[in-house]
Design a protein around this ligand. Structure first.
Ligand code: ATP
Ligand code: MG
Length: 389
């Protein structure tokens, strides 16, 4: 006998609000859900009046299902769901079959009816089904604080019911907000900044600058691990490794030491912009937080971003280190980020960088550099990797 698939009902809140774009958002969500379940057998997704029903033929263990659903942005909550035809007697029988054994002392029925043509109203269905469950189980109804909530969704062509809502990660489906380039350093902040943009629906191309062979490969290993961790939220990503040491040496030999960090940052952004053009990405993301270090004063952030024309988005700008760390812990990047690595920006760095720089000063300082040539030579050596799940 063929066994029933595991069904999951998926609810989203924000994407329900997008008017004419709603089908686009829903289709992206369904695509992302199907990708999230790759390797777990056939996955079917169906759009059902403001919710999505997912069916998994191979019946994978619930922990695996919940773990993967929990990483699909756009989901407000999901639940293991059961189906019945639109017939109250059949629904009663199915609910009885699925009622959990004994883990509850009281219950409530909570019906939502999309099919307004059905003769019974939601409160009437609640009462009918409630008295049936009460007689069957001998347990009392508690509308205020029930141990068990039987959620019933009465749709046009079927009824879904479930017992336990699991919160999803919220946000918007990755892909609906376009693509960005995420500058990832190996530190604590940039993975969090990238996570926040993915959560708002962005696909991310990761870019890391390293000074190998003058520093070790630890930063590249860490960044690969971090990008993989973040890629669980988005199934396919690219990671660029850009060798930065030759450019740094050239900058260091031709410019005053105190401007170096700003100049390095300007070059990072120019290279990121070139990669963004190639990848059709629309903005650059960094993990800067205001005044955390000298390169992040308001005037330095300004002169750094003046080097390029596409927007630089800094999702962490107003957060304290403590707040950033707590997010990093929540998304599991923290333990990777705190492993030691050589930061490429420490390479050829003075002790006391400027905290205030102006556009005029930077133009003057950069005039002896062959900017175009440096960018072309650096980009020619960049390696691009596809990240597997
Ligand atoms: P993080 O914890 O992300 O390293 P941070 O607070 O230590 O950030 P900086 O090291 O000054 O700050 O870097 C600011 C931002 O510049 C980083 O968040 C990252 O987006 C980008 N960045 C710095 N170094 C690199 C690098 N080697 N490769 C790619 N991006 C980098
Ligand atoms: Mg850093």
């Amino acid at each position: 006998m063929e066994r029933n698939p595991v069904n999951i009902v998926v609810h989203y809140d924000e994407i329900g609000l997008k008017g004419k774009n709603r089908p686009h958002f829903e289709h992206q969500l369904m695509r992302n859900i199907r990708r999230a379940f790759e390797g777990l057998g056939a996955v079917n997704t169906e759009r059902l009046y403001g919710r999505v029903l997912v069916s998994l033929k191979a019946r994978p263990p619930w922990d695996e299902v919940a773990g993967r659903m929990g990483r699909v942005f756009g989901i407000s909550y999901f639940a293991r769901a059961y189906e019945s035809p639109c017939d109250l007697n059949v629904l009663k029988a199915r609910v009885k079959e699925q009622l959990p054994k004994d883990e509850y002392e009281s219950f409530a029925i909570d019906t939502k009816r999309s099919d307004k043509a059905f003769p019974l109203t939601s409160p009437e269905i609640n009462r009918e089904l409630g008295s049936f469950v009460q007689i069957e189980t001998g347990k009392p109804v508690d509308l205020g604080n029930p141990d068990l909530r039987v959620c019933v969704e009465w749709l046009h062509d079927r009824v879904l019911f479930f017992f336990k809502r699991v919160p999803g990660p919220g946000g918007l489906p990755v892909g609906v907000s376009g693509k960005v380039v995420g500058l990832i350093s190996g530190g604590i902040d940039s993975p969090v900044a990238i996570y926040l943009m993915m959560k708002r629906g962005c696909g991310v191309v990761f870019v890391h600058f390293h000074s190998f062979p003058f520093t070790d490969r630890a930063s590249q290993r860490k960044v690969t691990e971090l990008a993989r961790e973040l890629s669980h939220f988005r199934q396919m990503s690219k990671l660029y490794f850009v060798p930065f040491a030759d450019l740094q040496r050239e900058v260091a030999s031709r410019t005053p030491a105190s401007y170096r960090i700003i100049l390095y940052r300007r070059f990072m952004l120019r290279l990121a912009e070139a990669i963004a053009r190639r990848e059709r990405a629309k903005a650059v993301i960094t993990g800067d937080s205001l005044s955390q270090v000298s390169s992040q004063t308001l005037s330095n952030l300004t002169t750094v971003e003046e080097a390029i024309t596409i927007p630089v988005i800094r999702p962490l700008i107003g957060l304290d280190k403590k707040e950033i760390i707590s997010l990093a812990q929540k998304i599991h990047t923290y333990p990777i980020s705190i492993q030691p690595h050589d930061d490429c920006c420490q390479f050829l760095m003075p002790r006391q960088p400027f905290t205030r720089s102006t556009s005029e000063e930077l133009e003057e300082v950069e005039k002896d550099l062959d900017i175009r040539g440096l960018l072309d030579r650096t980009l020619a050596q960049a390696e691009c990797h596809n990240l597997p799940r």
